[in-house]
Design a protein around this ligand. Structure first.
Ligand code: FES
Length: 130
């Protein structure tokens, strides 16, 4: 049912946990099943002076697919600029995982939504300070 890549991310999730001094936190819930995901971002500037996601971690209370999606998403966004990170779609993550069973497609929404929420919170906070 699940691809090998999904199972491997689920069994050994990348970037799972918290960032204590995170610059932004985003949370998303799945209305279909009630599962939730929290994403933590640590920002930095690259050589060009652009803001990048230096570190990212997640906590997901959810099914195997949701955990695999969270893990794959955090791999994809690490080191990206905010603009690049916002371009990542749930379809891209599903493709990266080699596909998800049809009833599990809704589980792929959590990651992207939590990431967008975290970026939104970061921007809000950042514009308050400047
Ligand atoms: Fe809830 Fe998959 S069943 S995220």
């Amino acid at each position: 049912m699940y691809t090998k890549k999904v199972i491997s991310h689920f069994k050994n999730p990348h970037n799972q946990g918290k960032i204590k001094d995170a610059d932004a936190i985003g949370e998303a819930g799945n209305p279909v099943c009630g599962d939730v995901m929290k994403i933590y971002l640590k920002m930095a500037k690259n050589k060009k002076g652009e803001e990048i996601i230096k570190d990212v971690k997640f906590e997901t209370l959810g099914c195997a697919a949701a955990i695999a999606v969270s893990s794959a998403l955090t791999d994809l966004v690490k080191g990206k600029t905010i603009k690049e990170a916002l371009k990542i779609t749930k379809d891209q993550i599903v493709k990266d995982l080699g596909g998800l069973p049809a009833p599990k497609i809704h589980c792929s929404m959590l990651g992207v939504e939590a990431l967008h929420e975290a970026i939104k919170n970061y921007k809000k906070e950042h514009s308050n300070k400047t």
